[in-house]
Design a protein around this ligand. Sequence first.
Ligand code: MN
Length: 247
Amino acid sequence: MLGGAPLIAIPLASASGEAPLRHGINAAYVAAVQMAGGLPVLLPPNEHTADLVARLDAFDGLLLAGGGDVLAEFYGQTSTAHIQGVDRARDLTEIALAQAALARGMPILGICRGAQVLCVAAGGTLYQDVQAALPQASDHRHRAGHARGFLAHTVSLLRTGLLAQSLERPRGAEVPVNSSHHQAVDTPPPGFEVAARAPDGVIEAIELNGDGRAYALGVQWHPEELMPTHRAMVGLFTMLVQRAAGR
Ligand code: MN
């Protein structure tokens, strides 16, 4: 970093069902990065991933936002009818960026779909649909009539690591979260650990199990929708920006 606020790259989605096609992302992600002292840089999907990867060092950190489902073909499965909101160019863009960022030790925060992209990029697998794969699991989808910040369930912090450090909560703490997903991590990627689970056992966070210097964390809930009222959630973004500043 040459000075100034750390540059946090945020890949965009393509808005479906709109003509003309638009690229965008919920403004809450941008606001959260700004609130944490970072300078967001929004990147449209680009299937010429080599160009992006070659210039990745221009950025200091990577935020992978929420959105539709990653094509199951990217984790060695065949996509079933459960796969929704496919955006192949975004998948290609984000998986390439995440892999390159991991290889460089660039800090990564993945949120909801972003946690799933991080998982896939690092070699893990997803449940294409939690309800179908785990009939005993509770309903993790967004509930009609509730605000996006509705605290639907708790997660328990399973280790003293990046997540617990970011939230400034001890291992074993129960943290209430919002929930708006129908997929989840099945097999965590090599080198990652499960950092949090919901009471039904569904994986709610994965993190790099390194020496604590490398930073890659994926959370299944939406901390950006809990800002700034839930102070602990601010820590997820300030940790990303601080680690980005320290590169
Ligand atoms: Mn959940």
